[in-house]
Design a protein around this ligand. Structure first.
Ligand SMILES: NC(=O)C1=CN([C@@H]2O[C@H](COP(=O)(O)OP(=O)(O)OC[C@H]3O[C@@H](n4cnc5c(N)ncnc54)[C@H](O)[C@@H]3O)[C@@H](O)[C@H]2O)C=CC1
Ligand SMILES: N[C@@H](CC=O)C(=O)O
Ligand code: NA
Length: 435
């Protein structure tokens, strides 16, 4: 074996992902050294509890609870603790002391990315985060390097494995959200606080990171419109299926030119109906997919495991090898490209198509009343289907709209819920992926 120089790697966290990264670093040590031209020496692993049970058998002497001390003298710090603090302070400390950083922490980067990337640029350090978006799927590097010469128009993506797993199981097994979330947590897909998954925070953080890269614009997290899946119930999933749709939690990042032609973008995450024939409809379990439309490249789809320990560790190792190679061959790291600084359009101002399901009274004049509400708000109806339950006599109307401004749609739904013709607004879901 060639006598390579060593690069000191400090690992912060040995949970679902960290333990797999440690395992691969130890098991693949020789092969990685050959690929890099330097040996990655795992100098320690910071954890909360040194004696906590772990899925992977790792040498006990590597563990410490003193993360700050572990970082001192490291060439590369791999942050897999999650959360904002102490992750932020430790990452800043690592960069400040001359180390490069690899992280899977989208919450950290979407919240404190500007501070972290600015410091890295000042000191010439690298921050790599392929694992932070869509787990094992290569998407950060494709957007920042492979598509750097193209113009990304739109991204529609499934970015959260846990919610995709849950919606899929609600569809295929009829399980409740709570039942399938418990399984996703057991399998290591969910965040430490799964509210981040089911309320859409995790997908919103990832959408902010993708949109920043795609549109060369810093996207603050508080400007990403976010809705989770807690409002989605089995009836909606079932009814979507009958109409040839699937319900998915999607992230949409798109250019929405202003009326005067100004460049603007929209970044949002919410449940949506996806046409059963769209490639995103076939994304099952904890898989993710990123559907990119670029001016020259056309349509591209990146697909694979969006969560899971070994899968996410693959992306972390890829970053580690890339970062370590620069120690060997030199050269600058990637610099954030945010020169476009495009304005982000508030959700009320964008146009979307929706499907509205209403429980209505089965009497004369109902259709006219409902059509009147749509017309009064300037929302154009594209499709309307009525069915009547012979047992209850209650009629259901499923109304598909043409693209309409979100604000007008919200006013329409509010007026419908006040209308005497409407017994209940059963569901309002945007239709995405069809443009
Ligand atoms: N689990 C997954 O499938 C994926 C996770 N990620 C991200 O990877 C990161 C790690 O996720 P998991 O491995 O699932 O988390 P986890 O909760 O399983 O593991 C966290 C580890 O960090 C340690 N830790 C946490 N806070 C600490 C502190 N204050 N001091 C010392 N040690 C501390 C814990 O002891 C544990 O070893 C997160 O940022 C997560 O969002 C990204 C993609 C997929
Ligand atoms: N909790 C996340 C893990 C990966 O980022 C998910 O479910 O996608
Ligand atoms: Na990725």
């Amino acid at each position: 074996m060639f006598d390579y120089r060593s690069l000191r790697v400090a690992l912060l966290g040995a949970g679902t992902v960290g333990a797999q990264v440690a395992r691969l670093l130890l098991e693949e040590s020789d092969e990685l050294a050959n690929r890099i031209g330097a040996r990655l020496e795992l100098v320690g692993i910071a954890v909360r509890d040194v004696d906590a049970p772990r899925d992977v058998d790792l040498p006990r002497e590597l563990f410490t609870t003193d993360a700050e001390r572990l970082i001192l003298g490291a060439d590369i710090v791999v942050e897999l603790m999650g959360g904002l603090e102490p992750a932020r302070s430790l990452v800043l400390q690592a960069i400040g002391s001359g180390a490069d950083v690899v992280t899977a922490n989208k919450a950290l980067l979407a919240t404190h990315g500007v501070e972290i990337f600015d410091l890295a640029e000042q000191v010439g350090a690298q921050v790599a985060y392929e694992a932070a978006v869509a787990g094992a799927i290569p998407i950060i590097r494709p957007l920042s390097e492979s598509l750097a010469g193209d113009r990304v128009e739109r991204i529609v993506a499934i970015l959260n494995g846990t919610t995709n797993f849950i919606l899929d199981r609600m569809d295929s097994t009829g399980e409740t959200l709570e039942e399938s979330l418990a399984i996703a947590t057991e399998l290591g897909y969910a965040e430490a606080d799964p509210t981040a998954d089911i309320e859409g925070y995790d997908a919103a953080q990832k959408a902010a990171l993708l949109a920043s890269l795609a549109f060369h614009t810093t996207v603050p997290l508080d400007q990403v419109h976010r809705e989770g899946i807690t409002t989605v119930d089995a009836a909606q999933v079932d009814s979507a299926k009958k109409q040839g749709y699937v319900v998915k939690l999607v992230a949409v990042c798109e250019r929405v030119p202003g009326e005067d032609g100004t460049e603007r973008i929209s970044v949002r995450t919410h449940p949506a109906l996806i046409d059963g024939r769209h490639p995103l409809a076939a994304v099952h379990g904890a898989n993710n997919a990123v559907f990119v439309e670029a001016a020259a490249a056309g349509q591209l789809m990146f697909y694979g495991a969006g969560a899971g320990g070994p899968q996410t560790a693959s992306a972390v190792l890829g970053d580690l090898v890339a970062v370590a190679r620069r120690h060997v061959v030199g050269g600058p790291g990637l610099v954030a490209s945010d020169h476009a600084a495009l304005p982000i359009v508030p959700i009320g101002d964008i146009c979307t198509s929706s499907q509205i399901t209403l429980e209505v009274a089965d009497r004369a004049g109902v259709l006219a009343e409902i059509a009147g509400v749509f017309a009064a708000n300037g929302v154009s109806v594209a499709r309307l289907e009525q069915s009547t339950d012979p047992n209850t006599g209650r009629a259901t109307l499923v109304i598909g709209t043409h693209a309409a401004r979100e604000r007008a749609l919200a006013d329409t739904v509010a007026a419908l819920s006040q209308s005497s013709a409407v017994v209940a607004v059963a569901s309002v879901l945007r239709v995405e992926g069809t443009k």
